[in-house]
Write a protein that binds this ligand. Structure first.
Ligand code: UD1
Ligand code: CA
Length: 462
């Protein structure tokens, strides 16, 4: 059934004692993003009327870190159970429509699964997301009517009888509840149970009593409902997530040397015939066009690489645009604000920062190129440094088309090397150069005849 208004409540007040960390549990990263952010990003795609996050442990750190104006925050102090948590959101929940309950420590529920659950719920139907587990220990059990098979109640592990504990169908905690009943039921909750808490799960028996239908829905994968309580569980979920991403890439035709050795912490889009070697990390938004090859142990963050370029191993590249047929690395470091046009070569131990290199230019060995604008077909010799910083301010170096910079040159910015210039190796260039001439600044080579190497002095013996 279609509901007009969707409210979402995200429970995120718990302590997360077993993380053994000063950081609130829901802020621990999975794939480089806080657990809670995964939940909120999923929630956003459902276009809710409001999303209310219940926070408590960790105080204002959680709302301050997430810093999202579109959310409503409700504090829960002390934490008296999941029912008590949802109660804090009641002022922000409509009279009609449905409320979807999510958890800040259950990061990987798919949008499809939640849409299915919401579609099941309605003004007089409660939707429950349940899964069947081989080992259901610790979870609330779904108790069904022995004849009709209808859901009768959820019983928490600690309150369950021996026969109830044998039930394999468990409550994931995620549910979609009709608002008009939610307002009523929450006020009726009691805490006379094994844990002395206000259980949200008690509303299921109330629903049955009030003649509200309880329908169950299952996710495509059990891990969609797996919560994080420890670093062990977090690491396991990270691998599950990465494996799912790797499989998606393989299915799209991307060649991964080993799908178990890739980490995507953001969005990676690939063209045809892209090859990725082992142990690469992709952060932010990375786009690899057709035929791009990424060498082992490479880290790319917010990078776009155009067709047929090759990134050799051990390169670290951030906020950079790379043209076609470029060759980068091994061991290249390219920092934010860099733009490399087609057929540029950046070799080993070359650092480039906030610079533009036009087509066909090369810096193949041991250089620093910072705040530079480099023209076409420029060759930058080994050991060339743009001295862009005087200790207080930064200045630009301009190298025009067809320049040849000899090895071990320092270009003291601001400086312009004109078109067609050749700079003699070992020069320190402090003034603009004229076009098409050889410029060098170097002491003349001398040879001294009859010169003797110093000899070691003998120590006098006592
Ligand atoms: C809950 C369910 C159980 C289900 C399990 C799935 C209840 C009573 N039980 O049990 O049926 O199988 O989740 O994992 O709901 N939280 C708050 N404020 C509170 C209490 C909890 O924000 O006062 C948050 C926690 O941070 C956590 C989540 O709610 O993210 C679940 O709480 P937890 O105490 O772990 O519930 P379980 O005992 O695991
Ligand atoms: Ca739990």
């Amino acid at each position: 059934m279609n509901v007009s208004k969707l409210n979402i409540v995200v429970l995120a007040a718990g302590l997360g004692k077993r993380m053994y960390s000063a950081l609130p549990k829901v802020l621990h990263p999975l794939a480089g993003k806080p657990l809670l952010m995964h939940v909120l990003d999923t929630a956003r795609t459902l276009l809710p009327h409001t999303t209310c996050v219940i926070y408590g442990h960790g105080g204002e750190t959680v709302p301050q870190t997430i810093a999202d104006e579109s959310l409503v925050w409700a504090q829960q102090i002390p934490q008296l159970g999941t029912g008590h948590a949802v109660m804090q959101a009641l002022p922000h929940i409509e009279k009609e429509g449905v409320t979807l309950i999510l958890y800040g420590d259950v990061p990987l529920t798919s949008v499809e699964t939640l849409k299915k659950l919401i579609a099941t719920a309605g003004e007089h139907t409660l939707g429950l997301l349940t899964v069947e587990l081989p080992d259901p220990a610790g979870y609330g059990r779904i108790v069904r009517h022995s004849e009709t098979g209808e859901v009768a109640a959820i019983v928490e592990e600690k309150d369950a009888s021996e026969s109830q504990r044998k039930i394999g169908e468990i409550n994931t905690g995620i549910m979609a509840v009709p608002n008009r009943y939610l307002h009523r039921w929450l006020y009726k909750l009691e805490n006379s149970n094994a844990q002395g808490e206000y259980y949200l799960t008690d509303i299921v028996a109330m629903a049955v009593k009030d003649g509200v239908k309880v329908e169950t829905v299952s996710p495509a994968y059990v891990w969609e409902t797996t919560g994080v309580n420890s670093k062990v569980q977090l690491a396991a979920l990270e691998r599950i997530y990465q494996t799912a991403q790797a499989n998606k890439l393989l299915e799209q035709g991307v060649a991964l040397a080993d799908p178990s050795r890739i980490d995507i912490r953001g969005k990676l889009s690939c063209g045809r015939d892209v090859m990725i070697d082992i142990n690469c990390i992709f952060e932010g938004d990375v786009q690899l066009d057709d035929g791009v090859r990424v060498g082992a142990h490479t880290i790319l963050k917010d990078v776009r690489v155009a067709a047929n370029s090759i990134i050799a191993p051990f390169s670290l590249i951030e906020a950079t645009e790379i043209g076609r047929n470029c060759r980068i690395g091994p061991y290249a470091r390219i920092r934010p604000g860099t733009r490399l046009e087609d057929e540029v070569h950046i070799g080993n131990f070359v650092e480039v920062k906030n610079s533009a290199l036009a087509a066909g230019s090369k810096a193949n060995h041991l250089s620093y190129i910072g705040d530079a604008v480099v023209g076409r077909s420029v060759n930058i010799g080994a050991g060339t440094i743009t001295c862009n910083y005087d200790g207080a301010n930064k200045y630009q170096t301009i190298i025009e088309d067809d320049v040849f910079v000899g090895s071990d040159t320092q270009l003291i910015a601001p400086v312009r090397v004109a078109r067609g210039s050749t700079i003699g190796a070992g020069s320190t260039i402090t003034k603009d150069t004229p076009p098409d001439m050889l410029t060098l600044s170097r002491a003349k080579q001398l040879s001294i005849d009859g010169w003797k190497r110093p000899v070691k002095k003998l120590k006098p013996k006592n």
